[in-house]
Structure formats: structure tokens, C-alpha cells
Design a protein around this ligand. Structure first.
Ligand SMILES: [Zn+2]
Length: 169
């Protein structure tokens, strides 16, 4: 018999009552807070070189050896012909293809609103790369603005390790 099980005077087994309450935020339907925490082990698998690059201050896209398509956001296989791609290092200097200013965001980014997301464009690269733009007020961002990639000094091996700032002229 575990410590939580007791027998009552009639000899019946019953769980011991708990003195832990629950905080209800709503009753109908019941909405309550429940703390949940987990260590999540995951693999970047074939995308690992991209994240390793971020930790070294490098940006890596991919290139199709068959049809020559190039991808600013790396892809394991070509989206045009399906062939397995090869890694291709990208320059740190680029241009803003387009941008949006976010006044709302997920929990991780909510405290940083408003922030600007840009689609980064390189000459001779067929697709773009989504990243943050720092150091420019939202109303001063311009399509075509030259930008440069910067990296967190202490890599988290996450896409947010890289961000862009205006290229100093
Ligand atoms: Zn291809």
C-alpha cells in the first residue's frame, strides 16, 4: 500500500485528500492554470550545417546541382526539380526585398514589439530569407535598403541567432 492510500474505518481503500487548491480563471467552461515543463530533445538532422553556420557567423543557403536553382533559405531538396541540394555559403551583405512591422507577436517576441521582419534578397539567389531588422525605425525601412547580417555572440543554434542591420555606407 502506497503512502497516499489509506483504509477508512470500514476497511475500504481510499486516496488521501490533498490540500492543494486550483486557480480557476473561468468556470463555464473551466479554464485553469496548470504548470507544464519539459526538456525537449530534438535534432536539426540535415539542416544542422545551417545552424552550425550561425554559430560561426556564416549564412548558408543551398543550390541544386541539377537545375542550378538557389535557395536563400536552405532546402534539402530542390523545389523545382526535386534533386538533393548542396550547401552554398551566402554573403553577409544583402538587400531588403520587402518588410513588415509586427505590432503583435508570439510570447517570445511580444516584449519586443513593434519589430520589423524583412525578406532578405541576394543577387543571383532565387529565394529569400526571413529575418529581423534592427536599428531602423519602422517608418524608415525602405525596400532595396542595403543590410548586413549580424550574429549573436553566444549562439543559441536558433534562427534568431541572425539578424540584420543597415549596411554602413
Ligand atoms: Zn533543381
Amino acid at each position: 500500500m502506497s503512502a497516499e492510500q489509506r483504509t477508512n474505518s470500514a476497511g475500504k481503500v481510499k486516496l488521501e485528500e490533498q490540500e492543494i487548491g486550483a486557480v480557476l480563471y473561468n468556470v463555464d467552461p473551466i479554464i485553469m492554470k496548470y504548470h507544464y515543463e519539459i526538456d525537449y530533445m530534438h535534432s536539426y538532422a540535415q539542416d544542422s550545417p545551417f545552424f552550425e553556420g550561425l554559430s560561426k557567423g556564416e549564412l548558408w543557403g543551398s543550390k541544386c546541382p541539377v537545375c542550378g536553382s538557389t535557395f536563400g533559405t536552405p532546402r534539402g531538396h530542390c523545389m523545382n526539380c526535386g534533386a538533393k541540394t548542396e550547401w552554398m555559403q551566402l554573403p553577409l551583405e544583402a538587400k531588403i526585398h520587402t518588410y513588415t512591422t509586427c505590432y503583435f507577436g508570439s510570447q517570445e517576441f511580444l516584449a519586443e514589439t513593434p519589430f520589423t521582419l524583412i525578406l532578405v534578397e541576394w543577387p543571383n539567389v532565387d529565394t529569400f530569407f526571413l529575418s529581423r531588422l534592427l536599428g531602423v525605425a519602422p517608418d524608415e525601412v525602405k525596400i532595396g535598403m542595403p543590410v548586413r547580417a549580424k550574429f549573436r555572440r553566444l549562439s543559441q543554434f536558433k534562427p534568431t541567432d541572425v539578424y540584420f542591420v543597415p549596411e554602413e555606407s
